[in-house]
Design a binder for this molecule. Structure first.
Ligand code: GSH
Length: 221
């Protein structure tokens, strides 16, 4: 738990899967925080000053000190507030968790973005490439309730991007990237996630989120 004198502030954006990861981790730890909604089309001086390298949300301000990049922030939270650990304790298991987290961001997210950004044959190729990556995640879930094992962990928090961003985006784009027949384990995992109170509390409400994704896609045309 955060000490009373601690100041924890999250510069985030309600619809961002990266920002939601940080909210999940803070909520799981029971750390009280102030949420500061940022307009990423008109960045605030505080955001620019706190993350001068990437100029992106999320940024966690802990007693005024900024930490950027959601994976780095998650590790900082786990290192700072020791209750309800997010990463496994064993060094090998920690390395494997970090490996899959990077896989989600560097492979799945980057490839899935092309499904949104491309049309025609290029989109079809991006759908296939995303599915090839998700098949690896599907295999990881066999016999497990969560990517972290028996309970929600680091990789699950990171992969909420697949559950609540990719799987909502595909609805808006109108292309089923993760069909249940092809990915039964991923769909079972999404159900398990939705049974976790912290997740229920921390994911963006579906209707508003779908409207947001729709509007954002229109604005990108
Ligand atoms: N790798 C970053 C992380 O994990 O924190 C990605 C964060 C990110 O993509 N943030 C987006 C952003 O701030 C919002 S979802 N975009 C503003 C911009 O690109 O200028």
């Amino acid at each position: 738990m955060a000490e009373r004198s601690e100041e924890v502030k999250l510069l985030g954006m309600w619809a961002s899967p990266f920002s939601r990861r940080v909210e999940i981790a803070l909520t799981l730890k029971g750390v009280p925080y102030e949420f500061s909604e940022q307009d990423i089309t008109n960045k605030s001086p505080l955001l620019l000053q706190s993350n001068p390298v990437h100029k992106m949300i999320p940024v966690l301000l802990h007693n005024g000190k900024p930490i950027s990049e959601s994976l780095v922030i998650l590790e900082y939270i786990d290192d700072t507030w020791k209750n309800n650990p997010i990463l496994p304790q064993d060094p090998y298991d920690r390395a494997i968790a970090r490996f899959w987290a990077r896989f989600v961001d560097e492979q799945v997210y980057v490839t899935a973005m092309k499904v949104v950004g491309k049309v025609g044959v290029e989109r079809d190729a991006a759908v296939e490439a995303t599915r090839d990556l998700l098949k690896l995640m599907e295999k990881e879930l066999v016999g497990k309730d969560f990517l972290g094992g028996e309970s929600l962990g680091f990789v699950d928090i990171v992969a909420t991007l697949v559950a609540f961003w990719l799987m909502r985006t595909e609805e808006v784009v109108g292309v089923k990237v993760v069909p249940v027949e092809m990915f039964p384990e991923i769909h079972r995992w999404v159900k398990n996630l939705l049974d976790v109170d912290v997740i229920k509390k921390c994911i963006p409400p579906e209707d508003e989120h779908l409207d947001y994704i729709r509007a954002r896609m229109e604005s990108l045309k």
